[in-house]
Design a binder for this molecule. Structure first.
Ligand code: ZN
Length: 218
């Protein structure tokens, strides 16, 4: 199922626009590059954005761009990209952009258990954005939480749902301080995500508040 807003909604438009303009921090740049490996159809959208004036995009990062319908019409008139998804390039389980960013493949990740069924590996922060991989077991949930800033999550394997949609490999989920959610992984298999957070997460459930100090910034 297509996650609501995954086609070309305002947050994704803005993220792809900032990517096309070269305005993303390295972690988000890697996240978008990996998304484009996994969703080759969006490459033509980015190419169209790259043809627009970058300064104008930077001035309107969070609102639908002018002439959006004309750009979309031109994109969808094009033949689909012949490029193939590169998520398993060279036998890797991670998209190339993620592998290059974290400097290792999945089997080299030093997971740290956060909660039963939830493992994480953090890769430090750049420009105030912290990158991490999350491995959440089939049917498990991340405790309810909200955010100080933006949280951008790319699904690499498996799928999860929250109140806002169902996210499959290659989909990007957006959350911010207005969003209090509890992502639940599908029962069919474990879910691995690459997340970039600006600001801290805050657990909001009754148990969550108690364990926030474990799950929160360290
Ligand atoms: Zn979140």
């Amino acid at each position: 199922m297509q996650a609501p807003g995954q086609t070309h909604d305002a947050p994704l438009d803005a993220l792809l626009g900032r990517y096309a303009a070269g305005a993303l921090d390295p972690a988000l740049h890697a996240l978008v590059a990996a998304h484009l490996e996994m969703k080759p159809d969006n490459r033509s959208f980015v190419r169209a954005l790259e043809g627009l004036e970058a300064d104008r995009l930077l001035e309107t990062p969070a609102t639908p761009m002018n002439g959006r319908e004309a750009v979309l019409a031109r994109i969808f008139a094009e033949a689909p990209s012949r490029s193939q998804p590169a998520r398993t390039a060279h036998g890797s389980e991670l998209p190339f952009a993620i592998r290059r960013f974290i400097g290792r493949d999945l089997n080299g990740v030093a997971w740290k258990s956060l909660l039963p069924g939830v493992r994480e590996c953090k890769f430090g922060s750049t420009d105030g954005a912290e990158a991490s991989l999350l491995w959440i077991g089939a049917g498990k949930a991340v405790p309810s939480h909200t955010h100080d800033g933006a949280e951008t999550t790319l699904v690499l394997r498996g799928a999860f749902s929250d109140l806002h949609g169902h996210y499959e490999p290659g989909d990007i989920a957006f959350a911010d301080s207005d969003v209090d959610h509890k992502p639940v992984v599908d029962k069919g298999g474990d879910c691995i995500c690459f997340a970039v957070t600006e600001g801290h997460l805050h657990l909001t459930g009754p148990v969550g508040r108690i364990i926030d100090r474990f799950f929160g910034p360290r």
